[in-house]
Design a protein around this ligand. Structure first.
Ligand code: AOF
Ligand code: ZN
Length: 363
């Protein structure tokens, strides 16, 4: 079994095992919504004797897989879990009971579950049964892993990230850099990670197809089309496959191609197109994270973006800087969207090939 001490790491290091939990939880990236990503390892005498992660809502939780993997070795062992074990009957039975039944001696928890039906009750239940519980190991890392899940639990809305590509002369472009749509490219990874992607009906027309993730797990995000052009007919873009999921938010004055209704595409007609309404709807529908993709932005997303910036509805921004000058002047501009300076923090950037990608969080 995994002899961690081989690498000269202190075996009793709680933080080390918690980082392992986060690493394995990440295997299910983009697949667990509306549930969180959770990893669990069972450690005995300095060795990992069992591990597991939550693969998908409706399937067993991380603790259950890890305990199964450990078998009898779980007795008197320490269980590390990146999220507080649940103490309720949801789609699956409580993990607290499984840990108690397996007779683990100690449980180390990364962070408390913000879900109001769990929130500290799992920790209390374990303590009451005599298990030694430590909470808050590598807490920041565990929170980062589930930033979208946490955001939806606390606000009812999905975690919202703005994405666009920018030419070196500062114009929004509908192009993407070389390789970024391939597996491992940042754009393909974003599609894997996010539950939904908002497009303007004007940037995705009947001729073009939706972008799809090329990652090995290849879960595709829900395609969310905003149709806000009262004078033109909105057509359904080419779908990658029959299983592609689409939802259309249409202004009440927008004309929709009859094919949209014929194919039974989920359509929400709004008296007024508000980002707030779209996000509330998506949150109720179980989406934890949504990408607002300007994709050239010739369309009608400017008002939604303005509303998002003014009302603090955006959590994060991803900007791709393209290695060329672009003089097309039919593009959306980002001027006059916000009066005051908006500060970003936790910035980082990646360069792959000739593409620079900058990530930051809105404060
Ligand atoms: C854990 N371990 O691996 C996960 C937890 O409907 P259910 O039964 O899947 O319950 C979903 C809730 O359980 C979810 O909202 C969150 O509070 C918690 N998720 N808990 O102990 C896990 N995925
Ligand atoms: Zn559970």
């Amino acid at each position: 079994r995994n002899q961690i001490s081989l690498f000269g790491v202190k075996c009793e290091d709680d933080a080390f095992y918690m980082r392992r939990c986060v690493e394995i939880a990440n295997k299910a990236i983009g697949c667990t919504t509306p549930n969180p990503m959770v990893g669990c390892v069972i450690v005995k005498d300095g060795s990992i004797v069992g591990q597991g992660f939550h693969p998908k809502a409706g399937q067993p939780h991380a603790e259950v897989f890890a305990l199964r993997d450990a078998g009898d070795l779980a007795e008197n062992a320490t269980a590390y879990v990146s999220l507080e074990p649940c103490n309720h009957y949801g789609r699956t039975p409580p993990c607290t009971e499984a840990l108690i039944r397996a007779k683990v001696r100690r449980v180390v928890v990364g962070m408390v579950d913000p879900n109001p039906i769990v929130a500290s009750k799992g920790v209390e239940r374990l303590k009451k049964s005599g298990i030694d519980v430590t909470v808050g190991v590598e807490e920041e890392l565990c929170k980062k892993l589930n930033e979208a899940y946490i955001h939806r639990m606390l606000t009812g809305k999905p975690f919202l990230t703005l994405r666009y590509s920018l030419s070196v002369n500062g114009r929004i472009s509908d192009l993407l850099g070389e390789g970024v749509k391939e597996s491992g490219g940042y754009y393909s990874q974003l599609l894997q990670e996010y539950d939904g992607i908002i497009y303007s009906s004007a940037s995705i027309t009947g001729k073009s197809s939706f972008p799809t993730s090329q990652e090995p797990l290849a879960k595709q995000p829900l395609q969310i089309i905003v149709a806000n052009s009262p004078n033109s007919t909105v057509q359904l873009p080419r779908l990658a496959d029959e299983a592609s999921q689409v939802i259309i938010f249409a202004d009440k004055n927008t004309v929709l191609d009859p094919e949209i209704a014929q194919r039974g595409i989920e359509t929400v007609v709004l008296d007024q197109m508000h980002l707030n309404t779209i996000l509330d709807y998506c949150g109720k529908r179980g989406l934890c994270s949504v990408l607002l993709d300007l994709h050239g932005g010739r369309g009608d997303l400017k008002e939604l973006l303005k509303e998002g910036l003014e009302n603090g509805l955006l959590q994060k921004v991803v900007v791709e800087v393209l290695p060329f000058w672009d003089e097309s002047n039919d593009r959306l501009t980002l001027e006059n969207l916000k009066q005051k300076v908006l500060q970003l923090d936790r910035l980082h950037s990646d360069i792959s090939g000739e593409t620079l990608v900058v990530y930051g969080y809105f404060r």
